[in-house]
Design a protein around this ligand. Structure first.
Ligand code: MAN
Length: 533
């Protein structure tokens, strides 16, 4: 019994030391070491302590006795006895903090009020007031920034409201114009169709006339050629008919050295027969029909130079009659084009030069063509106007459909682009439009994505947006950028990185994000600017 009495007394003394001896001589509310104020009511020295998870109930003296009794470690908030316990530092003057109780008295200062190292090998200073002061200064600076930014944000909101009203009005006006413009377009379409129908008929007639004329010219040309060809053939006939008896014999052909096909120095019977087309003798019509097509190429290939002419053309030096005049031969050669002989066989195949004929329109046709052109122009104009209005309507609708923030404040960033040089690239952001990247050394821009959507958290939907569907990454996803938004006094792209290949991250500051709201006041309240009592 006496032993039990001393045991309880010892426990009490230890407990008193562990529980309450840490108090800094300040006005902090008395409670066991490591317990946050919010949980003070669970630690009533007048009652047994019930583990916070309900796993056990122990005499209050066993709280913070450096022995772990509760499964959740809640009986040892101020010692390192439980591996899962939590130690609360009040950090008066700064921000309260909860650390794993295993860090209590581990020789490392975790709390600025030094409360975690109350029985430690090292001495920690209490610098909460200095830290609190620093934090307050920073917070004030931040609040000042917020205030300034918020003022700009208010102007953004006002401008956006005005812009949205204007957009709505413009949209209505355009929509009402739309019907009128569409009916004009339809009317012009009808007029154009009718005019084109008449134009088509007139042009068909006109083309038929042109075709007829072309045929006439072609026939004429053919006839002329045939005449020329016959004349040329007749001339050659006369030259070859050396005795001028109206008949070309094989001997006469043999006397023309150019008929020496195998170049053996003389024209054989066979060679002569080749050019007579197998006939023993030729009168003019037979010559024209059978022999001329074979002879003509020889005549046309007459050598140009005088000496050659002498040696090649002269059948007999002494007989000037047998010499074919070079000029004559060449003249005729030039003239010889396609000429179809009466028998239907072309003497020398050539092409007609009459490929097409272009006739000027007669007056009525010209009038119909002009009218159709005017109708087309007018229709195109009306159609263009209609398309312009459609495009404009769609643009305005997109503006009205876009989420420019809770009060439209982000509309101020539309039609603006921001750039930042980071590592080897220049990164660009055009909010609500596109994002891109280009090498600092030049070259083309790589599309990193087009406007996607806001993807912020539940608390702040507008803290992030995504630009998506950029250029496909080789063996990877289409490029995309997540843009993290924060408050700044000016619009500025602050950072750009590529945390995963082809997945980029931008940090963007803007006054549009400077919202002076409840959460700021709440977070300010977390600072223990005053003592708890
Ligand atoms: C380019 C750039 C890089 C990207 C690679 C992927 O070099 O767009 O940012 O990582 O392509 O191949």
């Amino acid at each position: 019994m006496i032993v039990d009495y001393w045991k309880v007394l010892l426990c009490f003394i230890i407990n008193l030391f562990l529980n309450y001896s840490y108090i800094n001589g300040t006005t902090e509310v008395l409670r066991p070491r490591g317990v946050p104020l919010t949980k003070k009511s669970f630690y009533d020295p007048g009652k047994d302590f019930q583990c916070l998870d309900g796993s056990a109930t122990i005499p209050f003296l066993l709280v913070n006795d450096d022995y772990c009794d509760c499964d959740d470690g809640s009986d040892e908030p101020g010692t390192s006895a439980c591996s899962n316990g939590l130690f609360h530092c009040s950090n008066i003057g700064f921000v309260e903090k909860i650390i794993p109780s295993s860090r209590v008295n581990d020789g490392i200062c975790d709390c600025c009020d030094a409360s975690d190292e109350y029985n430690s090998s090292i001495k920690c200073d209490n610098n909460c007031l200095e830290l609190g002061e620093q934090m307050r200064i920073e917070r004030e600076r931040y609040l000042e920034l917020m205030k300034q930014g918020n003022e700009i944000r208010q102007t953004y909101i006002a401008t956006a409201k005005q812009k949205i009203d204007e957009t709505k009005n413009e949209l209505e006006t355009l929509k009402s114009q739309m019907n009128e413009v569409e009916s004009i377009k339809n009317e012009k379409f009808e007029v154009k169709n009718q005019a084109e129908e008449l134009e088509k008929e007139a042009l068909e007639k006109h083309r038929a006339k042109e075709e007829e004329l072309r045929k006439q010219k072609e026939d004429e040309e053919m006839k002329n050629r045939e005449i020329e060809e016959t004349e040329q053939a007749s001339l050659v006939f006369q030259k070859l008919d050396t005795d001028a008896d109206g008949i070309i014999t094989l001997d006469e052909l043999k006397s023309y050295s150019r008929f020496d096909r195998n170049n053996d120095g003389s024209v054989s019977d066979d060679e002569a027969k080749f050019y007579s087309n197998g006939l023993e003798q030729l009168v003019l019509p037979t010559f024209i029909e059978s022999s001329w097509p074979l002879v003509k190429p020889i005549i046309e290939n007459e050598p140009q130079n005088q000496e050659e002419q002498a040696s090649e053309y002269q059948i007999d030096d002494t007989n000037p009659e047998t010499t074919i005049n070079e000029d004559e031969s060449l003249d005729h050669a030039e003239e010889s084009d396609e000429l179809e002989h009466e028998s239907g066989r072309p003497l020398i195949p050539t092409e007609s030069t009459v490929s097409s004929i272009t006739l000027e329109y007669d007056e009525p046709t010209q009038k119909l063509v002009d009218e159709a052109k005017n109708a087309r122009d007018e229709y195109n104009q009306a159609e263009g106007r209609y398309q312009d209005i459609q495009t404009k309507i769609r643009e305005l609708e997109v503006v009205l459909e876009t989420d420019f923030g809770p009060n439209g404040e982000y509309m101020a960033l539309k039609n603006q682009c921001f750039e930042l040089e980071e590592n080897e690239y220049v990164y660009k952001l055009c909010p609500f439009d596109s994002a891109s990247q280009r090498s600092k050394t030049g070259g083309t821009e790589t599309n990193l994505g087009r406007w996607g959507k806001w993807i912020g958290s539940e608390q702040n939907h507008y803290e992030r947006f995504i630009m998506e569907g950029g250029t496909q990454c080789w063996n990877g996803p289409a490029r995309s950028v997540i843009v993290h938004i924060s408050c700044g006094d000016i619009n500025q792209l602050m950072r750009a990185s590529e945390p995963n290949r082809c997945e980029y991250s931008y940090e963007f500051k803007t006054p549009a994000a400077c919202v002076l709201n409840q959460s700021i006041h709440e977070s300010t309240d977390n600072v223990h600017e005053h003592n708890e009592l």
